[in-house]
Write a protein that binds this ligand. Structure first.
Ligand SMILES: [Zn+2]
Length: 121
């Protein structure tokens, strides 16, 4: 029997770093490593490989954020170019690291809902 998997619930649970199946166990060990099995319900989560997907989405999100970010800081503070570059560079790096983890969690949750396992391709 194949259970019904709601992809929105699964992706939301993944987004907050929880197991897409039960919403209780942790999805990550360390920064970006997906746990092999859920500690709470025993669901095999290591089978779902996000590969390049999260990186692609993160880049898209960052690009959309970056342009208004530069625009606003320029209009509000008129920083000299070096300060602008340094602060935008720092903000971008920090945001990318945060967003990448969120996106990866949501992505794995979505893959789990779709039962899109790694088939060795
Ligand atoms: Zn679980």
């Amino acid at each position: 029997m194949v259970e019904e998997r709601d992809e929105r619930t699964a992706a939301t649970r993944g987004l907050i770093g929880r197991c897409p199946h039960c919403g209780k166990g942790r999805l990550f060990k360390g920064y970006l490593t997906i746990v092999q099995e859920c500690e709470s319900c025993g669901e095999s989560l290591g089978l779902y490989r996000a590969a390049d997907g999260p990186a692609f989405f993160t880049m898209t999100i960052m690009l959309l954020l970056l342009i208004p970010m530069i625009g606003f800081s320029w209009v509000l503070y008129r920083p000299d170019p070096v300060t602008l570059l340094a602060s935008v560079g720092l903000a971008t790096t920090a945001l990318t690291l945060i967003i990448l983890r969120l996106v990866k969690g949501a992505f794995v949750g979505y893959l789990w809902a779709k039962d899109e396992q790694d088939r060795g391709a």
